[in-house]
Design a protein. Sequence first.
Length: 260
Amino acid sequence: MDITGNTVFIPGATSGIGLALALALRAKGNEVIIGGRRTELLAEITAEHPDLHAYVIDTTDPESVATVARQVVAEHPDLNVLIPMAGIMRVEDWTHPAGFLASAEQTVTTNLLGPIRLIGAFVEHLLTRPAATIMTVSSGLAFTPLRATPSYNASKAAIHMLSESLRLQLAGTSVRVVELEPPAVATDLLPGQRDSAIAMPLDEFVAEVLHLVETQPDATEIQVENVKFLRYGEARGDYDQVVAAINAHDPHGKADAGAA
């Protein structure tokens, strides 16, 4: 995708990677629209950054997605980039069903059904644009599992395969499918992750992402250098060692292993 001149909608951009990416894309000369569930937080962000547009949206609610999609398309007909960013990550213990089932269902609803609903709501419009992009957001953990977060790993692996499949279906159209694959980044996705010794600083991550988008406009996967350890373990033949390494920091897989 081009790095500038787009109209971009990022549901899930009220904090962390989503907000940082929204601000960075706005600084590059894009019109940026953010979405989130908390009205007061959106109000704070737009008060500080009045050049951002904001919509209250709950991607776990199909009616909310459909309603906001109609509003965004009507008010921003030049929309040509969708980045479904909303996601959650929970530590789960699958040896005790009462301790994981609700979390697993919430994770799949947010991380997988949310993007599916968003893409479904916007793809028809995007196909009318001369050049459009759907940027999905998976994770390094789509390729190498963190023991503590089974549902998160699985939801991001599903996003990877969804991206691969949509790219095949949309081949020959004006819509490109690009997959962003973050490593552990210093955000609040998991408790303590912001201070994790292995988490990539947020500003460095976003700067590298924009550099890759700008210098590799035809890339189908956006991979900062830090994620390649996780992404290519199987291809390198050291998958077992990579799995052991990212799960070695804590007996429960929670400490410095971070999240991606």
